[in-house]
Design a protein around this ligand. Structure first.
Ligand code: XUL
Length: 521
């Protein structure tokens, strides 16, 4: 029994959650928003603006400054970190950090200074490509060609070569700036970078997040010599080891002991990707429960016993932090697309839900929206594509309620279409992420999928997953009993498909698929 800390560095914020396995309660749940709290990084949505919509980078110093800021705020409010018995966490997937020195070779962090000033001189690349980047199509083709084609990349790594995945991103860096690449001694994922900062040494990359790189051999859990060679020279020397997700990677650095009051020797467990972490936080590490996560990206994921890949090439297989595998499909046009519609129609989130629930009907009287406000990975669209079909007023953006329904219906139809390779249609879906709190959005998911929708009492499933993984690996509390206490569903949030609603989608689904085909998706 004890207290465990989970951290989650997502696209737009850093969160900390502390759970008490004795009382079965979450005792702390706090976040800092990068855009709001660290405006000097010029990244209102967590990434650096760029006129090329395919290029999406973030400043890694923003992430470490957020860590100092959040821990400092919590300490100032009286949080006693000395009672924390283990730490783990998660990061947005695929993003990478490039360092001139291995973190194991640097002197200990100096507690009289801050982290950002100490990390700045270590960077061999000032910005980090993140998961929203879609600029590496040429590199994907080169990697696939070098190892013998798309099918071989899928067999080795669980996914086709994908633009946002770290291998193609590393190759693009090597091609565009070979000197800076040569000067790079260590490349981390956001997750392993955070764990490394916490322990002041190089932490391994776990199998959950490592599988999102097009570099890890799924079958062995080790870096694939063929994929390494196809990606960039000497890459194997620059990567930390690939480790099982429950590996204890080290102990908290003295910096955090003297500055924030952690107990010396507090163990840190390998960090993982935000989606694998959410699989744990949603209590879904056993096959049978599908999860829809609606955050900056929308994702659909589920545990799998045996790896099984997507014939259309959009889905991925990652390591399941609890053992085995998970499948995942990611949609870039998640909350940013919903926010664009709310902004253009002037609807508050309450009005957005009312528009869906009270003012419109399933099927939206045939009004349909292609919802790609930014480049999309599922289906692949390298340029934004927003098209409206339906009544004249709808097409002129003059029907706020129908537009609210249209964006959510299009997103749900796309999720359903692109997750059909996983197997049977889910009858029960667990939802998480900010947008899943909106009853209108939950109702559309229920109606489109014809599934019961359940949300958990605890929000922020990725930070929760970090705390649960620390409790399991360090405190030896089995996942099953952790799920009983922390992954319980909140009955007030249950939504069932409305009578006859699912049948309304036959025609709209057909129209949606045709519209996708018409834009080459
Ligand atoms: C998953 C993906 C996104 C990020 C968002 O493949 O790219 O869900 O993990 O943080």
């Amino acid at each position: 029994m004890g207290l465990y800390l989970g951290l989650d560095s997502s696209t737009q914020s850093l969160s900390a959650m502390i759970i008490d396995t004795g009382s079965g309660r979450v005792v702390l749940d706090e976040s800092v928003n990068f855009g709001k709290s660290l405006p000097h990084y010029g990244s209102p949505s967590g990434f650096l603006p760029n006129e090329n919509p395919q290029l999406k980078h973030a400043d890694p110093l923003m992430w470490v400054e957020a860590l100092d800021l959040l821990l400092g705020q919590l300490k100032a409010r009286g949080t006693d970190f000395s009672v924390v018995q283990g730490i783990s966490g998660a990061g947005q997937q695929h993003g990478s950090v490039y360092l001139k020195q291995r973190l194991s070779d640097i002197p200990a962090w100096d507690p009289t200074s801050d982290l950002a000033s100490q990390v700045r001189p270590l960077l061999s690349r000032p910005s980090s490509p993140i998961w929203m980047d879609s600029s590496t199509s040429a590199e994907c083709q080169e990697i696939a060609a070098a190892v013998g084609g798309d099918a071989r990349v899928v067999t080795l790594s669980g996914s086709r070569a994908i633009e946002r995945f770290t291998g193609p991103q590393i190759r693009a860096f090597y091609k565009r700036d070979p000197q800076a690449y040569a000067a790079t001694r260590e490349i981390h994922l956001v997750s392993s970078f955070f764990a490394s900062v916490l322990i002041g040494r190089s932490a391994g990359i776990d199998h959950g997040d490592g599988a999102g790189m097009n570099l890890l051999e799924l079958a062995t859990g080790t870096w694939s010599p063929d994929l390494l060679a196809a990606t960039a020279p000497s890459l194997g020397e620059k990567l930390p080891p690939a480790v099982a997700s429950r590996t204890q990677v080290g102990e908290i650095a003295d910096y955090f002991v003297s500055k924030y009051g952690f107990k010396r020797g507090t163990p840190v467990v390998a960090f993982t990707g935000d989606n694998p972490s959410s699989l744990v936080g949603m209590g879904a590490t056993e096959p049978g429960t599908a999860v829809v996560s609606m955050g900056t990206s929308d994702t659909v994921f589920a545990a799998m016993r045996q790896p099984h890949t997507d014939p259309r090439g959009f889905g991925h297989v990652f390591g399941n932090p609890a053992g085995g595998f998970m499948c995942l499909i990611c949609f870039a046009n998640g909350s940013l697309a919903r926010e664009k519609v709310a902004e253009k129609t002037g609807l508050s989130w309450d009005a957005f839900a009312r528009g869906i629930l009270e003012e419109t009907q399933p099927g939206n009287q045939g009004n349909l929206l292609l919802p790609f406000f930014i480049p999309e990975m599922t289906p692949k669209l390298l340029a934004p594509k927003v098209e409206l079909f339906g009544s004249e007023r709808f097409r002129a953006w003059q029907e706020p309620a129908a537009l609210a329904r249209a964006i959510v219906e299009a997103q749900a139809l796309s999720m359903q279409r692109h997750s059909d390779w996983i197997g049977e249609q889910p009858k029960l879906i667990r939802v998480t992420g900010g947008a899943s709190k909106n009853r209108g959005i939950r109702q559309v998911l229920a109606d489109v999928f014809g599934a019961e929708i359940r949300a958990l009492s605890v929000g922020n499933s990725s930070a929760l997953g970090g705390a649960l993984r620390a409790a399991e690996a360090i405190g030896k509390v089995p996942f099953a009993s952790l799920y009983e206490a922390f992954a319980a569903t909140d009955p007030a949030s249950n939504v069932s498909p409305a009578a006859g609603a699912t049948a309304c989608y036959g025609e709209l689904r057909q129209k949606f698929v045709e519209r996708l085909a018409a834009v080459g998706a």
